[in-house]
Design a protein around this ligand. Structure first.
Ligand code: HEC
Length: 245
């Protein structure tokens, strides 16, 4: 009789092993791009290259002593401007109250450098600059970090999509011949890290110190995925006939 408890990846036919391996490799590559995207999006939040705790604090908690526009044009949005002069014009306009009469000083800069993303359907559609009132509103705000509405979007997308990925890689890992207690720990590890990471985004919004657990959670989830990936592939293709344990 076929007993699922005793089934091991090693006894899959070649076609089954190929399916699992290709799935893991594709998810692995996707995961690398996902981390790369994260790095490129946030590593310059503090204006310097390289992901640091300060980047995470600025992204989630913000810089309460600074206007949002100044903070962004020092960090992630700096690359979208051609010159320091344009940067100063935008910041000065904002600091002087983003007045309608002076909008002509900056309108051209915004149309040329910002509108392609900051519009409906653009990459930054959550902060459109199509109307003066919207520009003025965004430019005169204090940097309070990621808005709650965006944090909700980011959280549900990540929790559901990465949770699904861990469920599928976990379903493969379930049939590796390792010790049951270790297996339980390694199955909980990625989900625990993901929750630590995402809950810490919210906590960092309130208290900057939680940037540490954002970073730790992120690093742990990568390690957790790598461990499952390596053990699954190695034991699946091992020639040794595994006994169920
Ligand atoms: C290539 C696309 C792109 C361009 C061009 C761009 N932005 Fe952004 N902008 C984004 C994205 C994505 C975010 C969200 C991530 C972030 O805050 O770094 C953002 C966020 C912002 C925010 C924060 C909005 C908020 O509500 O949190 C400001 C302010 C901003 N941009 C200003 C500008 C200005 C000024 C320009 C033009 C000089 C500009 N951006 C050009 C993509 C862009």
């Amino acid at each position: 009789m076929f007993r699922l408890r005793e089934f091991r990846l090693n006894s899959l036919p070649i076609s089954g092993k190929l399916l699992c391996t290709l799935f893991l490799v594709c998810i692995g590559i996707g995961y690398v791009f996902c981390q790369l995207n994260l790095y490129l999006s946030y590593n310059r939040a503090d204006g310097r290259m390289g992901l640091s705790l300060q980047d995470i604090v600025i992204t989630f908690h913000g810089q309460p002593d600074m206007l949002l526009i100044e903070s962004k044009l020092t960090g992630t949005m700096k690359k979208n401007l051609d010159s320091e002069r344009d940067r100063n014009s935008l910041i000065n306009w904002a600091k002087r109250g983003a007045r309608k009469e002076k909008f002509s000083d900056v309108k051209g800069i915004i149309i040329k450098n910002c509108l392609k993303c900051h519009t409906v359907g653009g990459e930054a559609s959550f902060a459109p600059f199509d109307k003066l009132s919207m520009v003025a509103d965004t430019f005169t705000r204090i940097n309070k970090g990621v808005p709650i509405s965006r944090l909700i979007t980011l959280s549900h997308i990540h929790m559901i999509s990465i949770g699904m990925i861990f469920a599928l890689t976990g379903a493969i890992f379930l049939f590796t011949p390792i010790n049951e207690k270790l297996k339980i720990a390694l199955l909980i590890f990625p989900f625990g890290s993901l929750m630590m990471d995402i809950f810490s985004w919210w906590l960092t919004k309130l208290v900057p110190i939680f940037a540490i657990t954002v970073l730790v959670g992120g690093i742990f989830s990568v390690i957790a995925f790598l461990i499952q990936f390596v053990i699954s592939i190695l034991t699946m293709w091992s020639r040794k006939c595994e006994n169920a344990g």
